[in-house]
Design a protein around this ligand. Structure first.
Ligand code: TNX
Length: 775
């Protein structure tokens, strides 16, 4: 019986494929990253079918590989694999060629469609590879023939260094995962893989001259739970790459036109190495491979000549494995506490005559000395160094490239000093940060909040730089620190789709970038993620809402949408929606108190739930006027916010709260006709450390003409003190029913903070109000 069912389902699947076969899908070159130009031509469109061949230039191994990649991609997308050949074909061929000469950019390519086929011409093999990537991404994931529009794509990356960093120290990831990571980079046209191989919590690369680095340094006895909770999991965490495995990774990456840049983080972040060779530390140990997160005080001793021998020996083996011109030597977060006490380090400072000045301490200069020696050594071998922006402290090594991670300032400073810079600011490009403010629904992360949109908005060439200085910004990179990322599946979740946004920051010219259009381009890219089984974050696929109040009809107009136009279902009674609930049809007007919940239902899965409550009362969505202005920075959408039926959240900066400073919130609401009213209220938020205090007074007045008002009730509230509590408060007053056409509600803030306990002493405090109402 079971077998019969299986046969039946195979048959059904086969039928589905066949019927799709009959259809020709349409290729679209608006891929991620968006090519620089896509120009319509008169050459005629081309149809790719099971007779199409891929031609590459004879004798060129890299082009042969490009051709084979393309054949494999096409077979994944369409179901048939084109034959790869060196025999020229005049019809029905995709031709991969070299010799694009009118572009100095080595990674440039053109892709020209004509009735006879497609010709990709690279300025180099790498250029041709990006042409192949663009072509493959243009093909929908649908079995059957593909029709290409008659266009020419002319493309080249904006930045030559397009990086992605992966920390394999905090958590180790096996060779297969690293290869998978590299495939993911290739899909996004990334050409540098920054491999963070060593840190306090684990040394992950075999060094033959120092076998204990991996024998001891690659295993930590256990790992702290959560954010340094003080509790440990009791499970050893271990792993390293042999030199052979690392070479295999280098080759795998090179085949995908990616350079592996290894990082040996020094002189800080070295506790795992010290556990293996305690004589390299200032105190002599003993040390253990670190079991918790943060910045360890245990660093290499800069007074010990053996340290420099060690660094040179390690780097000697590293450059044998990694042909990259650039070697990353870290330089970040090296506490100087032990150097300040260590007699050897102090003797070195003396001997070198290092002096503190206004900008740098003597110990910072000692760090520059360490990095400088590593640079000298690597330069003597024909290599260059990259270091984190701390290498600016104490003076830059002469040829160093700076990776700016603590914001953008270090990058600006290095560019002004005429050093190459790679921008990787944590505020935009730290993929270990949360992607949603609903932290409860996310895997535990280090902190922060970095949604796709913020990544996309990043502009690496700061306006403060002159054109000449801007030339030193050679690249952009996102970093993935893995303290809180124990599995490879979570690596994918943190990278995807933020890395797609990164790809356009790195590749696409800023004038061609557009977030809404990027989201549309993301949909076909995600179908590749699906086909490859990637675990990507789905926030951008959740229901999005645009809520516009309509005062003339007294309703909230709710527009719901998704980036791929998938069906949305909703409820208004607070119950969980499903595919059985009402389907959203483009029309949703809310005129009563209710809770909207909406989900997107796609084959096999339902999105997160969008929840929005509406609170209606007699004042809601009636014309409102403020008689005194809001604080300029806290005006958002203005007075209508106070009667829009939408409450604000716990942050007074969420756009639903209006701020008032030194002025009353004095609002006149036109109820439209004479209306009986017997109570009124105001919702306010208190955040004492930001000088956001409670009201002192709330007054209700009424009027028949909107000109002369009669006070019906007033209430006073105690002064805010050190002991007052932050939070959201509703202040309500009741009175004998009055008939009123106009209602005036006045909330008065503290006008003069007193008592000598707050920095706002002597001046006014803010009040923040999200909603006012009456019944
Ligand atoms: C800072 S970025 C570090 C890493 C941490 C990371 C966590 C940098 C050069 N150093 O050691 O893993 O923050 O976000």
């Amino acid at each position: 019986m079971k077998k019969l069912f299986m046969l039946a389902s195979i048959w059904a699947f086969g039928w589905a494929v066949q019927s799709a076969d009959a259809q020709t899908s349409q290729a679209d070159f608006h891929v991620v990253p968006l090519p620089q130009t896509i120009q319509a031509t008169q050459q005629g469109g081309f149809t790719l079918n099971n007779q199409t061949v891929i031609v590459y230039p004879k004798g060129n191994k890299a082009m042969k590989r490009n051709a084979e990649f393309l054949a494999e991609f096409i077979s994944q997308h369409t179901g048939f694999r084109p034959q790869v050949t060196t025999k020229s074909a005049s019809r029905n061929a995709i031709v991969l060629a070299l010799g694009l000469t009118d572009n100095e950019n080595k990674e440039a390519y053109t892709l020209a469609v004509s009735a006879d086929g497609i010709r990709i011409t690279g300025a180099s093999e790498a250029g041709a590879f990006y042409g192949v990537q663009t072509l493959r991404k243009s093909i929908p994931m649908q079995q059957g023939e593909v029709s290409f529009p008659s266009v020419t794509v002319t493309d080249a990356p904006r930045f030559s260094y397009r990086g992605a960093h992966f920390d394999v120290s905090r958590h180790f990831f096996p060779v297969d995962s690293v290869k998978s990571f590299i495939d993911m980079l290739a899909l996004h046209n990334i050409n540098r893989f920054h491999w963070h191989l060593t840190d306090d919590q684990g040394w992950r690369i075999e060094i033959k001259k120092y076998p204990k680095l991996t024998q001891i340094g690659s295993t930590r006895p256990e790992t702290v739970i959560g954010h340094n909770s003080g509790k440990y999991d009791g499970t050893p965490h271990a792993g390293f790459y042999t030199q052979k495995e690392a070479s295999e990774i280098v080759k795998y990456a090179a085949e995908r036109h990616i350079t592996v840049i290894p990082e040996i983080d020094l002189p800080g972040h070295m506790q795992a190495a010290l556990a293996a060779y305690p004589e390299l530390g200032c105190t002599g140990g003993p040390y253990e491979v670190w079991k918790m997160w943060g910045v360890s005080d245990n660093v290499l001793c800069a007074g010990n000549e053996h340290t420099f021998q060690f660094i040179n020996d390690v780097l000697t083996e590293i450059i044998k494995i990694f042909p990259s011109e650039y070697i990353h030597v870290g330089g970040d977060e090296c506490p100087k506490t032990q150097w300040a006490k260590c007699p050897k380090c102090q003797a070195r400072i003396q001997e070198l005559g290092l002096k503190a000045d206004k900008k740098h301490s003597a110990e910072e200069r000692l760090q520059s000395y360490v990095i400088g020696r590593a640079e000298k050594f690597l330069n003597s071998k024909g290599r260059q160094i990259i270091g984190w922006d701390e290498i600016l402290e104490g003076g830059l090594a002469p040829n160093a490239t700076v990776m700016s991670w603590r914001g953008v300032q270090g990058g600006l400073e290095a560019a002004r000093q005429k050093h190459n810079v790679i921008m990787t600011p944590n505020s935009y490009l730290y993929f270990d940060y949360y992607q949603s403010q609903d932290k409860d629904l996310e895997p535990e992360a280090i902190g922060g909040f970095l949604p796709v949109e913020t990544v996309y908005s990043y502009e690496p060439i700061d306006k403060k730089l002159t054109a000449n200085e801007a030339k030193y910004i050679v690249g952009v990179q996102a970093n993935l620190w893995t303290e809180y990322i124990p599995t490879y599946s979570q690596v994918e979740y943190m990278e995807l789709p933020r890395i797609a946004a990164l790809a356009e920051v790195q590749w696409t010219k800023p004038e061609n970038k557009n977030f809404r259009q990027f989201l549309k381009r993301l949909v076909p890219l995600v179908s590749i993620y699906n086909a490859r089984g990637y675990n990507y974050a789905k926030h951008v696929f959740n229901v999005q809402a645009e809520i516009t109040p309509d005062f003339s009809r007294g309703v909230q107009n709710v527009k719901l949408f998704t980036i791929d136009d998938a069906p949305i279902y909703y409820t208004l009674d607070g119950s969980q929606p499903s595919a059985q609930s009402t389907r959203y049809n483009g029309d949703l007007l809310i005129n009563h108190t209710c809770t909207l919940k909406a989900v997107v239902v796609r084959p096999g899965e339902t999105s997160r739930t969008l929840t929005q409550s509406f609170q209606f009362n007699k004042a809601t969505l009636n014309p409102i006027k403020l008689l005194q202005p809001t604080a300029p920075n806290y005006t958002y959408k203005g007075e209508r916010t106070l009667v829009d039926a939408i409450y604000g959240g716990g942050s007074y900066r969420d756009g639903n709260w209006l701020g008032f400073y030194g002025k009353d919130m004095e609002a006149v609401i036109d109820l439209g006709k004479e209306t009986p009213v017997s109570k009124a209220w105001v919702r306010t938020q208190v955040a004492i450390s930001d000088a956001v205090f409670d009201l002192r007074k709330f007054t209700v007045s009424v009027s028949d003409d909107g000109q002369t008002f009669r006070e019906v009730k007033a209430a006073e509230y105690p002064i805010t003190t050190k002991e007052s509590k932050d939070g959201i408060y509703t202040h309500q007053v009741s009175f004998d029913t009055v008939n009123a056409r106009y209602l005036k509600l006045t909330a008065s803030p503290e006008k003069r903070v007193s008592g000598g306990w707050h920095y706002a002493e002597g001046g006014p405090a803010f009040i923040f109000v999200d909603e006012i109402g009456a019944e």
